[in-house]
Design a protein. Sequence first.
Length: 255
Amino acid sequence: MTRQPNGAQPIDEELRIEVIDRPEDIEAGFDCAANAFGRQTCDAIWMAMNPEWDKTGPEGRPRAVARMVEQWRSISHDSDGNANTIFLKATLPSQGGRVVVGMAIWTQLSMVEGLGNRPSDDLRSTLDLERLYPNNEAEQRYLCQVYHSLVKRRIEVVREKETSQQPSLLHLELCAVDPAYQRKGIASRLVQWGLDEAERRGGLEATTEASSMGRHVYRRLGFHDEGSDIEYDVDSEFIPRERPSNVFMRTGTSQ
């Protein structure tokens, strides 16, 4: 981890949280996620969703990056013109420029047309699983089952809000800080940006599925656990596999 030179500004003054507006920053953000979820915590779900993350050649990391860039390029907007998905970058000064040290993805969700992306637990509708796992039905099936379990409560909450006064919410899909820059308040700033945006959009509730490492940040910023850790409903052949501890969290601002 780099040390702050004597006389340097506090990191809070040097840190910038901005909406990503170029594909190069998506690539840098992917590398932050790979370092945090792939190399540091070995998050089995993230790695299963990105099996090429540490592989070389055109079918390796470049393909995983291209998939995220395509997601960024395909952002839709709600009836008020707000982006339904927001890719954020956290940057710090480095060698006369700025380096991406963290990334967050926030998504506005709703079952009501024009008020956000409609969530789905059908991974086959959003990912080319055959390309991800060619001729490997077992891995494709496992990933679908894990994803279905992970997003189950998220989708239930969006459905519960469908007929409410505020039928949308802002969901934190991903928050990753490169391990070399952790414990400097960067994750808190990425999360707070989203909470401020949720307020700007009419006081939307914020939700996320939180890992054991990130929960203390979310709790400090107003999220609370809803229930116990997520239980993964998978076929018996997959039960011995390790899966990360996640819990559904929400701010409850518009319950």
